[in-house]
Design a protein around this ligand. Structure first.
Ligand code: HEC
Ligand code: HEC
Ligand code: HEC
Ligand code: HEC
Ligand code: HEC
Ligand code: HEC
Ligand code: HEC
Ligand code: HEC
Length: 331
């Protein structure tokens, strides 16, 4: 009974707050689970009640937005970091904070175990359905305007650009993404591992993604297919565990530098004892020195192993296990 009364009072005060709310976060939804490193904030503000907005991230970046007499919607793209992000939106009137709202967002990682899954209070976000898009069509063209296989000469002309421009800003960018041919991969289909995404968004990508990658990288499919030994995550089509499909600071759009990437899943190989165990030695370096076979690159796991496939056991870059030594040690 007491609880009931509490709810009644609570709902009335909530209703009251709504009728005179000065600021309201339209998107994202609370506890938003994301797989991509940016999120769009859309804020509805009443110009009579506030005169400026601040968006404050948990890395203490502050974005100030002045209120404009002619609009009530303010949009801003925010960068996310892996794990939990807490973003505050504060409305001011005459330099006094009058309303504060916050959103929690969680960016998952494809490789790090500790951030692979969403904590239980979070819900995987899906934006592109008719209901959500209705909130934006007044000012944004929400249709697809790409021509299959034809890169945009001016990428700003892509209808996807305005809201997703952060996606291709890292140092190395993948051709179909940087040419804004987004729907070649985001074809609206689902795979065996993401059946649950079916119909939740127009722009789903199949998981596993391998077949989509091979639709362009045909030569690799043919070459790797002929090999006797395959690396499990590549063979199962989960190319995106290691490669970002959009852009990344590492070469080949790797999610981490190759050594960091391999040792995330194979921690026991860091010391390199496995390399020389058959030769009666204690250990062999796996990084931190130059690789004589790939100058001027650093020695790494991929100096000896293929990340995808090989005809030699242990995915070695040689005809035989013994043969690998002579790539770098002449004798
Ligand atoms: C008016 C802004 C806007 C436009 C235009 C837009 N998007 Fe989005 N999109 C969003 C928002 C908001 C999200 C949710 C994630 C976020 O906040 O970035 C999203 C999420 C996505 C997702 C993740 C799946 C989902 O539905 O949540 C994909 C894929 C995507 N957009 C692709 C596209 C493509 C392709 C285009 C162009 C045809 C496009 N978007 C145009 C705002 C937009
Ligand atoms: C009343 C008009 C209006 C509505 C409604 C609107 N937008 Fe915008 N949006 C704009 C304008 C204008 C810009 C260009 C940048 C600016 O002037 O702030 C923009 C820019 C953006 C940007 C880029 C911001 C940045 O930091 O570069 C995103 C993301 C965005 N809108 C998302 C959305 C989404 C998602 C919706 C629907 C939920 C939406 N907008 C609804 C007017 C609107
Ligand atoms: C080469 C294939 C490919 C291309 C091209 C591509 N994407 Fe993606 N995208 C993916 C895959 C695969 C994922 C799944 C998550 C991951 O691997 O990070 C994804 C994830 C996303 C997400 C996050 C989805 C979520 O659930 O949070 C957004 C947003 C997105 N893509 C937008 C775009 C936009 C916009 C473009 C065009 C500029 C684009 N993508 C081009 C393959 C692609
Ligand atoms: C629409 C065609 C297309 C699709 C689909 C596609 N790629 Fe690509 N990819 C390209 C093109 C074009 C290049 C640049 C030319 C090149 O170097 O081969 C490229 C380059 C690459 C490179 C760098 C190659 C190098 O030598 O620099 C990697 C890695 C890569 N893609 C991985 C992927 C992965 C992983 C997927 C699936 C998530 C994928 N690609 C899907 C067209 C595509
Ligand atoms: C275990 C991590 C991993 C997985 C999974 C993976 N890759 Fe790679 N990929 C790499 C690394 C590391 C390199 C860089 C190799 C080098 O520089 O020698 C690379 C290089 C590439 C290249 C360019 C170099 C080349 O070999 O021609 C392409 C294209 C590519 N990958 C596509 C794919 C596709 C398609 C898939 C899924 C079928 C995939 N990768 C799965 C780690 C991976
Ligand atoms: C996402 C996790 C993951 C990443 C990242 C990863 N691997 Fe693996 N790797 C596996 C799995 C799963 C297997 C198969 C099970 C096993 O043998 O542990 C495997 C097996 C192997 C094998 C043994 C294959 C055989 O036939 O005996 C080698 C060698 C290997 N990985 C090398 C690498 C290298 C080199 C990298 C970095 C380019 C790498 N791995 C990155 C998950 C990963
Ligand atoms: C200097 C060459 C070399 C380097 C560098 C190297 N490996 Fe190996 N690796 C080998 C050889 C040789 C074998 C096969 C050992 C055997 O069969 O006796 C092997 C076997 C493996 C295996 C499969 C066998 C097993 O014990 O599970 C995995 C997994 C592996 N390496 C991962 C890695 C990772 C991860 C790195 C980077 C931290 C790495 N390797 C660095 C040469 C190397
Ligand atoms: C990709 C190149 C590469 C391959 C393949 C390779 N090594 Fe090495 N090896 C190195 C480098 C680099 C060093 C470190 C040299 C230094 O410290 O200056 C090294 C060091 C060594 C040392 C220590 C040498 C010393 O002076 O103490 C031994 C022993 C050794 N390797 C044996 C092997 C054996 C056995 C194999 C085959 C299983 C092998 N290596 C394969 C690159 C390689």
């Amino acid at each position: 009974m007491k609880l009931y009364l509490f709810f009644l009072i609570f709902s009335f005060s909530w209703l009251f707050a709504q009728t005179q709310t000065s600021l309201n976060i339209v998107t994202p939804q609370p506890f938003y689970g994301s797989e991509e490193n940016s999120a769009s904030f859309v804020i509805e503000a009443k110009k009579t009640l506030i005169d400026s907005i601040e968006i404050i991230t948990d890395t203490n970046e502050t974005i100030k937005i002045p209120i404009d007499a002619n609009r009530s919607f303010y949009c801003k793209s925010i960068k996310l970091h892996v794990g939990e992000n807490r973003v505050k939106v504060v409305g001011y009137k005459n330099a006094v904070a009058v309303k504060e709202e916050a959103r929690e967002l969680y960016l998952t990682s494809k490789v790090d175990k500790e951030h692979r899954y969403l904590p239980k209070e979070y819900v995987k976000g899906y934006f592109h359905n008719d209901e959500n898009e209705k909130l934006c069509v007044q000012c944004h063209d929400m249709s697809v305007n790409e021509v299959k296989g034809e890169a945009f000469v001016d990428v700003k002309k892509s209808n996807c650009y305005e809201c997703h421009k952060n996606i291709n800003t890292k140092k190395h960018a993948h051709a179909p993404s940087v040419n804004w041919l987004c729907t070649t991969c985001h074809n609206g289909e689902v795979g065996a591992l993401n059946k649950a995404d079916s119909a939740k968004t127009k722009y789903s990508v199949p998981d596993p993604i391998g077949d989509v990658c091979f639709s362009c990288h045909k030569k690799h499919k043919e070459e790797w297919g002929k090999n006797r030994f395959n690396h499990e995550p590549a063979e199962s089509g989960r190319c995106n565990k290691c490669h970002n499909s959009h852009s990344e600071d590492n070469e080949m759009y790797l999610r981490k530098s190759s050594w960091d990437l391999c040792t995330t899943c194979h921690k026991d190989k860091i010391e390199g004892a496995h390399v020389v165990k058959t030769f009666g030695r204690a250990a062999h370096p796996t990084h931190g020195v130059k690789d004589p076979s790939r100058m001027p690159k650093e020695l790494s796991c991929i100096s000896c192993h293929s990340p995808h496939a090989s005809n030699t056991s242990s995915l070695l870059h040689s005809q035989s296990v013994m043969g690998i030594c002579s790539r770098c040690h002449k004798k």
